[in-house]
Design a protein around this ligand. Structure first.
Ligand code: LLP
Length: 417
């Protein structure tokens, strides 16, 4: 559930503010987030596992605006990061480095050093050379690095063909069968301390089963390691819980947690770590865009809007479907439109074949844009990136100003005379 609703005036609001007001005040395209929705989604995870030791590490990549991170940091959230940049954002937002887990296959020595100096909770290590490098960097600093190994559980692709990151063939994690051997290596390196085990099997999963299959495999591995004297303190189940873009019915965090906790009966001390990104942020944001022109051709109708693939690339990149709704719906004859932007690419679209009653100048909201929206924006075609607004009840806070054109080339240089 989110706090973007049509009110009695027939218009779409964010919490207690009409989106038309925000568009007038700040211009379009505009990203608008709802603080109450972010908090509600985060709390849904936190409360779902309330009776078991746990940490919710929001996946910063989904939406890394420091205003968003600050809202979550105030709730006591941990963070899942994949770069030094994301780490510095967490710190700038008031996040606690002791609640940070560091994922990703390509951590540099400099990134490891900074994370060790700040004292993060854990490095989610994805290969043996990464273990060796981390051991070396920690040794130079006179520190001991807390380590979890990302295990690739190779969840059955036949029953769940849409899972793409938990299979043997991709770059992520350590192959399940080799896990004990790699744990032994980690245990033997003097500047590492094995503390955890993690996995992340994919994103936008709308079924619990693959998560549970993966957890079962990991719990068996934890028991095997224990018998060898390798103690795992936390199990990080990654992110991946899906959201409703159109009519998907993903499990609630409480459904997911119930199944997980049932499996953790014999592991009461094992801390559960979650890395949700999309489930927290996607439906806590919309992107506002205005119709510049309606163009009718013999074959198609186009709504040419002021947002483009540089603002929201998911439709172009993944053929992702996101709902497009009028902020002030009008009565009248509906027509079927493709929603396209001003960028000079055929692939520049926000949505295709949507049937609506529209006029030029109408304001539209692209729903579910809070995750993997602004963070994936670019300056292609020398377009400034949109402003970002955080709505909190009746208040609207600018959490990122609209870029200016001068900013776009301020680090560029002419050749000498
Ligand atoms: N943890 C790890 C290690 C990850 O790789 C990811 C996402 C997450 C957590 C968060 O997953 P989530 O809860 O958001 O599903 N740009 C794509 C999604 C890429 C996800 C990459 N990894 C999209 O727009 O659909």
């Amino acid at each position: 559930m989110d706090y973007f609703n049509y009110q009695q005036d027939g218009q779409l609001w964010a919490e207690d503010i009409a989106l038309t007001d925000l568009a007038e005040r700040y211009g379009t395209p505009l990203y608008v987030y709802s603080r109450a929705t972010l908090e509600r989604h985060w709390n849904a995870f936190d409360q779902a596992v309330a009776n078991h030791p746990h940490l919710i590490c929001y996946a910063v990549k989904a939406n890394s605006n420091i205003g968003v991170l600050n809202v979550l940091a105030r709730l006591g959230s941990g963070f899942d990061i994949v770069s030094q940049g994301e780490l510095e954002r967490v710190i700038a937002a008031g996040g606690d480095p002791a609640k940070v887990v560091f994922s990703g296959v390509g951590k540099t020595a400099a990134e490891m050093k900074r994370a060790l100096e700040l004292g993060i909770k854990c490095f989610n290590v994805e290969s043996e050379p990464e273990l060796e490098r981390l051991n070396e960097v920690a040794g130079l600093l006179g520190k001991v690095a807390p380590v979890s190994l990302r295990i690739n559980p190779d969840v059955d692709a036949k029953t769940h063909p849409y899972i793409s990151t938990g299979l043997r063939d991709n770059k992520f994690g350590i192959v399940f069968d080799r896990a004990p051997e790699v744990y032994r290596l980690a245990q033997s390196l003097p500047n590492l301390k094995v503390t955890g085990m993690d996995c992340h099997i994919g994103s936008q999963l709308t079924d619990i089963e693959p998560f549970i299959d993966a957890t079962d495999r990991l719990l068996a591995l934890i028991d095997t390691l224990k018998a060898e004297g390798i103690e795992i303190e936390h199990l990080d189940v990654g992110g991946g819980l899906g959201v409703t873009y159109s009519d998907e019915q993903p499990p609630q965090p409480s459904d997911y947690a119930t199944e997980l906790l049932a499996r953790l009966k014999d592991h009461p001390e094992l801390e559960l770590v979650f890395e949700p990104g999309r489930a927290i942020a996607a439906n806590a944001g919309v992107m506002l865009t205005r119709i510049e022109y309606l163009k009718h051709t013999e074959h198609k109708n186009f709504a040419i809007v002021d947002a483009a693939m540089n603002d929201l690339i998911r439709p172009t990149l993944y053929q992702a479907w996101q709902d497009i709704v009028p902020v002030c719906p009008r009565e009248g004859e509906k027509q079927t439109y493709d929603f396209v932007g001003p960028i000079c690419e055929t692939g520049d679209f926000i949505g295709k074949e949507r049937t609506l009653c529209l006029e030029p100048g109408d304001l539209l909201a692209v729903r579910s844009a809070g995750a993997y929206g602004f963070v994936m924006a670019s300056n292609y075609n020398t377009r400034t990136r949109a402003a970002e607004i955080m709505v909190d009840g009746q208040d609207a806070h600018v959490v990122r100003e609209r870029e200016t054109l001068e900013q776009l080339w301020q680090s560029e240089h002419l050749l000498p005379e």
